[in-house]
Ligand binder design. Structure first.
Ligand code: HEM
Length: 405
């Protein structure tokens, strides 16, 4: 049960939430906690973890843009961790060169060239489930396992030039990485036994000789050869693409399918106007926020909306709360293709804003284009199942029925 009282360490100026945002109950349904966070104030103190949380849109946007006072270099977890530093765990100026390299490698221009390959894979995946049925036939399908989880573990690692042997382990590798953003709870303990083995396996796959001669991985090594980044950083940077880009995209597409299945009027709108596909994916990201939380550490006392977060505090950046903040979004709980969802924080903001967003967008765009072409209606035919992760809104199953056109 949550009480809103006053923070003992800040002369009573900050509301206190007693919730455990990493409890099974909240991971199963985080929306009530996020509402309490929004209502509590611009900042709340999470008494269970001696940490702070920012959920309101304006305050979160400015905190994410303020890398000088909200640093990532001491980790983006709620705990101090002795972990290897990926791109996300560095601050400028150390962050600048590798960021520039990845930004170029994963630019919209580069991704456009991969559209045909991505589309061919999307066609093959839908053919496998929908071919052989007549117009009007109804096909039952799992939106996660059969659709959302397929491209991110095939197209994307292949585009990175990473050998696909053992590709099922990409999801586990990334899952554990995201879990470590949270406290040392059962989710972290469950992944811990194979974590270092998986991390070594992944880095091994990202060594120069193990990578295919073409792909994002090879491009990263080419940047090391040019002296743009240190050679030691190349495998970590390449493996961070899998760590950051697989599960997030799976859950982004899962949330999109769930949003469309539970809002048939919005699906109809999309069928009538396929040009809304990009809006549909952005709106799904706003509405479902695949990344639920990352942390920063304050370097100094920081004034947020008139209250002070003390120096050296861990601060939760609650993207999902901001993405449903009624101060910013009209009818925030509605999945609505009439709105302009651009500016949502599902990809973050500031220097760490998602560098892989064009890769995620491409996969969603190919799937949506085909679904609009081949599917008349989408229904949810059973309860969805969530996959609990400390930092992600994970989906295990979204049972769907497609009526084909
Ligand atoms: C729908 C899918 C995705 C979502 C929702 C998402 C979300 C995010 C968010 C919220 C951040 C910022 C985290 C922070 O500020 O603490 C981020 C950063 C990042 N993302 Fe994504 N991401 C997605 C897909 C991808 C893909 C496909 C890749 C790889 C190609 C990727 C690679 C990265 C990397 C490397 C960073 C760190 C950037 C930096 O520190 O400069 N992401 N992502």
């Amino acid at each position: 049960m949550t009480t809103i009282s006053r923070c003992p360490v800040n002369e009573g100026a900050i509301p206190v939430l007693d919730d455990d945002p990493f409890s099974s109950e909240i991971l199963e349904n985080p929306l009530p906690f996020q509402e309490r966070l929004l209502e509590a104030g611009p900042v709340a103190y999470l008494s269970k973890y001696n940490a702070y949380a920012i959920g309101r849109f304006d305050e979160l946007s400015s905190a994410l843009s303020n890398w000088q006072e909200f640093i990532s270099g001491d980790g983006v977890s709620i705990r101090e961790l002795e972990a290897p530093k990926g791109l996300l765990q560095t601050d400028p100026p150390m962050h600048d060169a590798p960021r520039e390299v990845l930004q170029e490698i994963l630019s919209a221009r580069v991704l456009r060239k991969l559209r045909d390959d991505c589309m061919a894979r999307a066609i093959a995946l839908l053919d496998a489930h929908l071919n052989g049925f007549e117009v009007g036939a109804q096909v039952e399908i799992d939106g996660v396992k059969d659709i959302a989880a397929v491209l991110p573990v095939n197209f994307f690692p292949d585009a990175s030039g990473i050998d696909e042997a053992g590709k099922d382990k990409f999801v586990d590798f990334a899952d554990h990485n995201f879990n470590t953003a949270g406290p040392y709870n059962d989710l972290v303990k469950a992944g811990e036994c194979k974590a270092s083995e998986l991390a070594q396996w992944m880095v091994q796959k990202c060594q120069r000789d193990a990578l295919k001669p073409e792909g994002f991985g090879a491009d990263i090594w080419a940047a090391a050869d040019r002296g743009d980044i240190l050679p030691d950083h190349a495998p970590l940077l390449a493996s961070s693409l899998i760590a950051a880009g697989v599960d997030t995209t799976i859950y982004g597409i899962s949330g999109l399918l769930y949003g469309l299945a539970t809002n048939p009027d919005q699906w109809e709108k999309l069928k009538e106007n396929p040009g809304l596909a990009r809006v549909a994916f952005d709106e799904a990201l706003r509405w479902s926020s695949p990344v639920q939380a990352m942390f920063r550490k304050t370097t100094t006392d920081v004034n947020i909306g008139g209250t002070i977060i003390p120096a050296n505090s861990r601060v939760m950046m609650s993207y999902p709360a901001a993405n449903r903040d009624p101060r910013r979004w009209e009818n925030p709980d509605k999945f609505d293709l009439n709105r302009d969802p651009s500016g949502h924080l599902a990809f973050g903001r500031g220097v760490h804003q998602c560098v892989g967003q064009h890769a995620a967008r491409l996969q969603a765009a190919c799937l949506l284009e085909l679904l609009i072409e081949r599917v008349q209606s989408i229904e949810l035919v059973g309860p969805v199942e969530y996959h609990h992760n400390n930092a992600l809104r994970g989906w295990a199953a979204v049972p769907l029925r497609f009526t084909l056109c």
